[in-house]
Structures are given as C-alpha cells and as structure tokens.
Design a binder for this molecule. Structure first.
Ligand SMILES: Cc1cc2nc3c(=O)[nH]c(=O)nc-3n(C[C@H](O)[C@H](O)[C@H](O)COP(=O)(O)O)c2cc1C
Ligand code: SF4
Ligand code: SF4
Length: 256
C-alpha cells in the first residue's frame, strides 16, 4: 500500500466537528475551533474526507480524488428484484467482454469496503492463460475423483469434462484476500455490476478448491503472499434466459 498522509486545511475548516464525531478511531480533535489530526496511523477509512462540508480534509497518496456525492438512490424493490432474479450462469455465448465492461467490474471490487479498511483484495484475471489453468484444475480433480467418490455419491456421478470449471466463459477472475469475507464482499459487488452490464456470473467453488489444493495452480496464478483464493468469478454473456425466479425456503430468522 502507498504511504498516505491526512491533512486538514485550517483556512477552510469552520470547526463544525463533523469529522471528529464520525471518526471511528477518535483520531480527530477540535482545538481552538479547528480540527486537528492526532496521529497518522489510523485505518485511513476516509470518513473525515467524505463528511467535511468544506472539503478541508485530504488524504494524500491515492491515485484518485474523492468523488462528490450527487445523490440518486436506487429503488429498494428494484434492488431486491435484481437479487431475486439473478441466477448462476453455466451457459455462455461465444462473445468477448469489452475491456470497459471488465474494467467496471474490477472497479466494483476495488472500491468495496474491507475489514479495518485493510484493502487486502487482489484480482487475477484469467484471459490468455485461462485454458491452461483450467486444464491444471481438471487434471487435479480427475486424480482426486476416485477418493472423493468414496465419500460422496455426487462426486461418483460427476463427470470432470474439459470445461468442468469455466464452462467456456470468456473471462475468469480469481479473487484473493487475507480476510475471506473481504474477497467475498468484493465478489458480490462485482457480480452486481456484471449483471447490470448484461453479463452472467458463476461463483466457481470447485476452481477455488482446486487453487487451494494445488501449489502448482497457486503458483501459476501468482497469488500474493499472505493471501489465499477466496472465490472465483466466471463471467460471460448468458446463453440462457430465465422466465421466473427460483423458489427458496422461508426466512429463518429470530429476534432477540
Ligand atoms: C468484514 C468487515 C468487518 C468489519 N467489522 C467492523 C467492526 O467490527 N467495527 C467497525 O467499527 N467497523 C467494521 N467494519 C467497517 C470497516 O472498518 C470499514 O468498512 C472500512 O473502514 C471502510 O470504510 P467504509 O465502509 O466507510 O468504506 C467492517 C468491515 C468489513 C468489510
Ligand atoms: S481516516 Fe478515518 S480513522 Fe483516520 S482520521 Fe479520518 S475518519 Fe478517523
Ligand atoms: S468536518 Fe471539515 S469543517 Fe468540520 S471540523 Fe472537520 S475539517 Fe473542519
């Protein structure tokens, strides 16, 4: 991660105290009617930058400026509808994903929140090497199948075809992170942006398992030290259309 420095412009600061109130680390104090940063070793969440009505707070070292909030909220029913209708896609058109669309999907992952603002998520896009890496996983699973078959009837029935993992999809993104939940959150947001672009997505648990089990696959993927493959997004334009939602069990909830 780059070095960052939080700076408050005393000329612009009107002493409203909003940054002090919203700082989770109690790292900002009002002194003589002006905000002051206590230390530079906070989680760098950027809330002080985001909340200031006078744009008096800045954090250096990023390759982007904060984007002003122009409002515009999504309709709750529309969001729920997207969640209800999305289906795992395993049939893909023979059609490339434009670079700009892929960039948007990756951007969704980049800006997703992370525990302690660790920003610990890495993305490995399989494009040219996709076929080769899929075959590594296929060979591994074919070797493991007899063993898995001892314990699972499903494994006994499974056929490990040449495209068992990626279903001929044009792009695969392996998501690696230190904290699995951070990778999972990024993946979910990426799926939403992918869906909004007309793409379909499969979360490949099988490939993620293969990456976890094989040093060779991990090495080929170049997963950074201290991180592990958390999930794998298989992306492409769907070659299947669903006419209605799929049913799910009733809500399992208790209120205490
Ligand atoms: C998996 C996860 C766990 C988190 N746990 C806590 C928590 O226990 N307490 C807390 O104050 N914030 C928690 N956060 C909030 C993060 O610190 C926050 O998302 C991060 O600083 C970025 O800020 P943002 O969500 O405003 O973008 C958690 C975030 C994630 C993604
Ligand atoms: S970046 Fe977050 S934790 Fe650090 S001073 Fe600003 S609000 Fe507080
Ligand atoms: S939110 Fe901005 S204007 Fe208000 S006290 Fe903090 S730095 Fe000053």
């Amino acid at each position: 991660m780059n070095q960052h420095h939080i700076k408050i412009d005393r000329e612009k600061c009107i002493g409203c105290g909003l940054c002090e109130k919203d700082c989770v680390a109690h790292n900002i104090a009002l002194e003589d009617g002006k905000a002051r940063v206590r230390a530079q070793d906070c989680i760098l969440c950027g809330h002080c930058v985001a909340v200031c009505p006078k744009a008096a707070v800045a954090i250096s070292g990023y390759g982007e400026a904060p984007v002003p909030d122009r409002g515009g909220r999504l309709e709750p029913e529309a969001v729920l509808g997207v969640i209800r209708r999305r289906r795992t896609i395993r049939q893909f058109q023979d059609r490339e994903i434009p670079e700009a669309v892929l960039a948007q999907v990756l951007e969704a992952g980049r800006i997703t929140h992370t525990a302690k603002n660790m920003q610990d998520v890495s993305f490995i896009v399989l494009d040219r090497e996709k076929e080769k890496i899929e075959q590594m996983a296929v060979r591994l699973f074919r070797r493991l199948k007899p063993l898995a078959g001892l314990f699972s009837p499903l494994a006994r029935r499974s056929q490990i075809g040449d495209h068992f993992f990626f279903f001929h999809a044009p792009i695969v993104i392996v998501i690696a992170a230190k904290a699995p939940i951070d990778g999972a959150l990024a993946a979910q947001n990426m799926e939403f942006v992918a869906e909004a672009n007309g793409l379909g997505v499969l979360f490949s648990g099988f490939f993620t398992t293969a990456a976890g089990a094989s040093r060779g696959i991990r090495k080929t993927l170049g997963i950074p030290r201290g991180k592990k493959a958390v999930t794998t997004l298989v992306l492409g334009y769907p070659a299947v259309k669903y006419q209605r939602s799929a049913q799910r069990e009733a809500l399992d909830v208790r209120y205490l």
